[in-house]
Design a protein around this ligand. Structure first.
Ligand code: ST9
Ligand code: ZN
Ligand code: ZN
Length: 327
């Protein structure tokens, strides 16, 4: 391992983590017919336009300079980190601690990803873990691939999502001035970091056209980041092995891990949500873990939580599907 992990905290028992992101099996769905789906036409139209714009970005791709394509990749990586290292592993799961400058960087990168503000993202994500694949899960994968992928953003939420979400422990998020500042200025931060910065940098520094800047590092990159993220909710809840817990649907999906820079090891993640690496296997398809380790190396992050090999092995033997491979 490249970076020193001696400061990593290891846990032998899952109860070491008491936050509101662990599965609650006492919840039962309401009996009787489900409430009707209420379409949100504004979102349906905007998401359609975004994907049409992203396709046009693909058409423009051959006319973009290689610097613009490299810049689009940088924007992809930055926005991905804002979600994976930021909204997900830091703010939803508290799997490590980040200094003020790192939190500011992650919040700006998170605005570049435009996936709702950190507070709303983490609240939805904690209900997703706590009530996974029930009516109280915002992107309940038992409602099918399309609903788990994008459909959940195109309809009103099931009332149980909101009812259970309102009971979550969120004081840590409310106490984080970076999270609350981003929430207060969210729309402006998205206009600047998701659209203006990706478009204007190529135009200003190497004379790219504004159209290519808008459609390639702007809309195409944004649509790719959204779909890579949504695949964790759809594909990684449906396809792959379950070496750690065969009683739950989330799966190990290396293709998803690749595009989501380390977030496709979803059977491991739902079994051990507090592990800062979201996987057992270090840097394998997991740039986010390398980034967090590098931040620790620079002194900008501390207190990485890691499940011990013994605990993983014991759990795998107790509840795994026998597909376990070490490394
Ligand atoms: C997007 C998010 O794309 C993507 C998240 C993905 C998560 C992935 C997780 C996977 C694992 C991690 C891996 C990361 C991988 C990253 C890879 C990177 C390469 N609790 O929301 P409203 C309240 S966003 C408590 O309007 P409706 C709420 O506060 C894309 N309360 O519900 C409000 O109350 P009040 C861009 C809750 O009307 C009231 O309820 N954004 C909760 O049903 C109404 O809230 C969009 O597309 C809760 N959980 O509408 C827009 N939820 O008024 C998306 C709500 O008192 N959103 N409340 O404040 C919307 O337009 C709407 O939310 C809606 C539902 C139409 C979907
Ligand atoms: Zn999940
Ligand atoms: Zn999670």
């Amino acid at each position: 391992m490249f970076f020193d992990l001696s400061m990593t905290l290891t846990f032998d028992i899952e109860s070491a983590w008491t936050a509101d992101d662990v599965f609650d099996d006492t919840y039962t769905e309401r009996a009787g017919p489900k409430p009707p789906m209420r379409l949100v036409w504004r979102n349906i139209i905007l998401m359609s336009l975004l994907h049409i714009g992203a396709l046009y970005g693909l058409v423009l791709l051959p006319s973009a300079s290689w610097l613009t394509v490299a810049w689009a990749a940088v924007c992809y990586f930055l926005s991905a980190l804002g979600v994976t290292a930021g909204a997900h592993r830091l703010w939803s799961h508290r799997s490590y601690k980040a200094s003020f400058p790192l939190r500011v960087f992650l919040a700006l990168s998170n605005s570049m990803a435009f996936q709702n503000d950190i507070f709303e993202w983490a609240r939805d994500h904690r209900v997703h873990h706590k009530y996974s694949e029930t009516d109280a899960d915002p992107h309940n994968a038992t409602r099918g691939f399309f609903f788990a992928h994008i459909g959940w953003l195109l309809v009103r939420k099931h009332p149980d999502v909101i009812e259970k979400g309102k009971k979550l422990e969120l004081t840590d998020l409310k106490a984080d001035e970076v999270v609350m500042f981003q929430r207060r200025h969210y729309k402006l931060s998205v206009v600047i970091f998701c659209f203006l910065v990706p478009m204007l940098v190529p135009w200003y520094f190497w004379g790219e056209s504004l159209a290519v800047g808008y459609f390639v590092p702007g809309l195409l990159r944004y649509a790719l980041i959204l779909n890579a993220t949504w695949l964790v909710n759809s594909a990684a809840h449906m396809w792959g092995n379950r070496p750690y817990d065969k009683t739950i649907n989330p799966r190990e999906n290396p293709m998803v891990a690749f595009s989501a820079i380390g977030e496709g090891y979803h059977n491991y993640h739902h079994t051990f949500p507090f592990d800062y690496a979201s996987s057992e296997f270090g840097y394998k398809l997991n740039l986010t873990t390398a980034f967090i380790d590098f931040m620790c190396f620079l002194g900008l992050a501390t207190d990485r939580k890691k499940v011990s090999k013994e605990a993983i092995f014991a759990r795998m033997q107790r509840t795994g599907d026998s597909s376990y491979k070490s490394g």
